[in-house]
Design a binder for this molecule. Structure first.
Ligand code: ADP
Ligand code: MG
Length: 528
């Protein structure tokens, strides 16, 4: 097993990795980082979500000097990715004086020009805007000795080939060129032959794995209400012992704290704990003092506890292998176990990959509503109270308080106060996902969307219906009328799945093209 400490990375960067909560390098990182540090050109191919950003980001930041010129440029297909990559590089450079700047269309160019003037070492940009700056001479790339083409397949899909070539020509000839992509179409290989010198190729392919024969389900959730969704799921399940997986150590700490605050008996387990601390956590898990163990993949690796009833993937696993590892913690020795995976709209593709590679199908489940959870909680409280009343509860410590209060307050009021004191921490909140698409001119119970792709992009109603149903794991019946025009499409879906469809499509591509989706405007009488 590789460690980040195996790499020739300065201690400031090791410290930053630690702060980011990464425990061990992902496969693409393990193979790419030493090669990039050595200096050669490299092509890295691995699926989305496998950590390609840090694979080039760590050696890139390592190589930056304090010379006040642009020394590296990263090209990304979209503004979101530019911001995201820039954010990750900034975290890596936390203890090193390296200035990074995302530049993309849509943001004021004046602002970017001022920021560039202040001295920037690494530029992360979309091809169009970078070219714009080059033409205005507000950005110089002649001192760039590292060029990264990130998500290269998407950049080519989006028609950036010529822009990319113009940009490459502006960089220093003796630069190091890195190319990362999830897929390797011919055009990418052509581009690499033209602009890279003897590139080494690192490809992370998947081993086929077999998922254990246990119940496997998934819940569609939204990033910003994931914690609330998890709590509702936990509250509606009969959990003996559960292991909840997070991607990073920091994620483990945050989730553990949030769950503890809400009254769950949870403890975190990750590589930063001392052996003694770990033993203590494991002991309380084994003897059921805690019911939820929040862990990273690495920490959970040697765990052998026989009676785990639930494995919850709070963060979807990065690859099918780790999925199989995780869920194998339950259903031991013929006991019943269930594995639950929380999936956000942009992670649906990852879920499908996991299903394909591990040859399983996960059943879709709906996150229980506030009312459902409430109903269940109330019946639990009632049972607990009845058990106490029927049993031999010791009233002595409370008798005086009750007597004194009864002199001034009605019994019902006292009971309410006592119950809220006892149970308030376990009341889940009613906060709902706030998606309001407004009036979209849809039929009743539906939401109508506008898509920027139509017949010219080869969109056909029947196929689109099936694709969307598959993308969001919904029945084709939940998708209503589809009107395809020359260059755009109107699409109706049921209100229940509308937010998820919206988020999922916003983050995907159809026929190789990026989808732009908006709630439709209500039809006016005139153009009806
Ligand atoms: P890709 O570019 O391959 O799609 P990203 O670089 O965006 O993937 O990484 C996906 C997520 O995984 C990010 O949230 C990132 O911070 C996280 N990540 C990357 N490397 C590691 C690691 N070694 N350990 C834990 N999390 C990681
Ligand atoms: Mg990426």
């Amino acid at each position: 097993m590789a460690h980040f400490s195996d790499f020739a990375l300065h201690k400031t960067i090791q410290q930053a990795i630690h702060d980011m909560g990464f425990e061990e390098p992902s496969p693409i990182q393990e193979q790419c980082i030493p090669k990039i540090l050595e200096g050669g050109d490299l092509i890295g191919q691995a699926q989305t979500g496998t950590g390609k950003t840090a694979a080039f980001g760590l050696p890139l930041i390592e190589k930056m000097t304090n010379r006040n010129v642009v020394q590296a440029i990263v090209l990304t297909p979209t503004r979101e990715l530019a911001i995201q990559v820039s954010g990750e590089l900034r975290k890596i450079a936390k203890y090193k004086r390296v200035h990074t700047l995302p530049i993309y269309g849509g943001q004021s160019i004046g602002h970017q020009i001022r920021a560039l003037k202040q001295g920037v070492h690494v530029v992360i940009g979309t091809p169009g805007r970078v070219l714009d700056h080059l033409r205005r001479k507000t950005l110089k790339l002649d001192q760039v000795n590292m060029l990264v083409l990130d998500e290269a397949d998407e950049m080519l899909d989006m028609g950036f080939q010529e822009d990319i070539e113009s940009i490459i020509k502006e960089t220093a000839a003796e630069r190091q060129t890195l190319l990362f992509s999830a897929t390797m179409p011919q055009e990418i290989l052509r581009l690499s032959r033209k602009y890279m010198s003897n590139p080494e190729t690192v490809t992370i392919t998947r081993k086929e794995v077999t998922a254990p024969n246990i119940e496997q389900v998934y819940y569609k959730v939204f990033e910003r209400s994931k914690l609330e969704s998890l709590c509702r799921i936990l509250d509606s399940e009969e959990i003996g012992l559960g292991i909840v997986f997070c991607r990073t150590k920091r994620g483990v700490d945050e989730l553990t704290e949030a769950l503890q605050e809400r009254g769950y008996m949870a403890s975190g387990l990750h590589g930063d704990l001392s052996q003694a601390q770990r033993d203590k956590v494991m002991q309380s898990f084994r003897d059921s003092t805690i019911e939820l163990l929040i862990a990273t993949d690495v920490a959970a690796r040697g765990i052998d506890v026989g009676n785990v009833s639930h494995v919850v993937n709070y963060d979807i696993p990065q690859d099918p292998e780790s999925y199989v590892h995780r869920i194998g913690r339950t259903g031991r020795a013929g006991r019943h176990g269930i594995a639950m995976t929380l999936v956000t709209p942009r992670e649906m593709k990852q879920l499908r990959t996991i299903e394909k590679v591990s040859k399983t199908t996960l059943q879709s489940r709906t996150v229980p509503s506030f009312e459902e959870v409430m109903e269940r909680q109330q019946s639990i409280w009632k049972e607990q109270l009845i058990a106490l009343m029927e049993g031999e509860a010791d009233v002595t410590p409370y008798a005086d308080v009750i007597k004194q209060l009864q002199a001034e307050y009605p019994a019902e009021k006292i009971a309410v106060a006592a119950l809220s004191l006892a149970f308030s921490s376990s009341v889940s909140s009613a906060e709902e996902e706030a998606y309001d698409f407004g009036d979209t001119g849809a039929s009743k119970g539906m939401v109508r969307f506008f898509l920027n792709l139509g017949r010219t992009a080869d969109i056909q109603p029947g196929e689109l219906n099936k694709e969307i149903a598959e993308l969001v794991g919904a029945s084709t019946k939940a998708i209503g009328r589809i009107d395809v025009f020359e260059n755009f499409t109107f699409l109706e879906v049921s209100q229940e799945i509308a937010p998820f469809v919206y988020e999922a499509l916003r983050h995907s591509r159809l026929r190789g093209k990026r989808v732009n989706i908006e709630p439709a405007k209500p039809r006016t009488k005139r153009n009806k």
